[in-house]
Ligand binder design. Structure first.
Ligand code: MG
Length: 265
């Protein structure tokens, strides 16, 4: 705190100013209008249209617990939102962490999702020996086919479009924000699902924006097609919503605090 030049009293000028700006920026113009979903459907609005639906209010939490309108996929104990094949999730839970049971296969969400905001935290145990693509590999497959790579990458040299924060085989991360093994990493992703026309042709490519430990590593990167290993990605038409899967690549990574907010297209 420091003395205020206007009133000669101690006050927190900067925080109060920021709060003021925040209140001004987010204050609803008309509390009587109805609220909207996370993302309103495409529509042309006039400037300052007072009938435009208000953004839905949410209760936010300390970093990085789920906000009030999120669906929790794993909060520390319950794995019922996840499954192995058609059955119960075979990965183990210990100390509030979801641990890959190597060899049991990838898991996927019971529910299907299209465009969404996803938060997930992951950790490579210190005992893991990362060598290139082996020892500490996993990944998040949006719609079961578009992989955001998870890989112990501090240190671990591999091809850059296969390191942590990469859209596998398509885009390296803008920077390497990975923490050393034994420490928790955090992804915050905005995934926009691709769109296909009724004939199955691609109408709009999918995209990902990714913050890795709070650092931007994918900036609206346009997805080139379903993830492929050592091959060019290509699209093939699919449903508008599909489960998200987390990869079992044979390595014992841990996960915690996984939540999702579906977005309207
Ligand atoms: Mg992977």
């Amino acid at each position: 705190m420091r003395a205020c030049p206007l009133c000669s009293t101690l006050c927190t000028i900067v925080p109060l100013t920021l709060v003021g700006i925040g209140l001004f920026a987010f204050a609803p113009f008309d509390q009587q209008t109805k609220t909207a979903p996370v993302q309103t459907a495409t529509k042309e609005w006039t400037v300052h249209d007072r009938t435009r639906p208000q953004p839905a209010p949410v209760t936010v939490a300390a970093c990085c617990a789920a906000p009030s309108d999120a669906k929790v996929l794993f909060g520390g104990a319950d794995t019922s939102a996840l499954q192995s094949g058609e059955g119960a999730c075979k990965w183990t839970v210990a100390n509030g962490e979801l641990c890959i049971a190597s060899g049991t296969g990838s898991i996927q969400t019971k529910d299907s999702f299209g465009s969404c905001q996803l938060h997930i935290e992951w950790m490579v145990p210190e005992t893991c020996d990362c060598k290139d693509q082996h020892g500490c590999n996993s990944g998040i497959f949006f719609m079961g086919r578009y992989e955001l790579q998870i890989l112990g990458s501090n240190p671990n040299k591999t091809y850059v479009d296969g390191m942590a924060g990469a859209m596998y085989g398509q885009y390296p991360p803008l920077v390497n924000a990975c923490k050393p093994n034994g420490q928790w990493n955090m992804y915050d992703v905005v995934f926009n699902a691709p769109k296909f026309n009724s004939g199955g042709a691609l109408e709009r490519a999918g995209s990902m924006t990714v913050f890795f430990n709070g650092v931007l590593v994918q900036n609206n990167s346009q997805i080139k097609g379903a993830t492929a290993h050592a091959a060019k990605a290509a699209y093939s038409a699919h449903e508008t919503q599909l489960p998200i899967s987390i990869q079992d690549h044979g390595d014992p990574l841990h996960f915690r605090n996984i939540w999702i907010r579906p977005l309207a297209d």
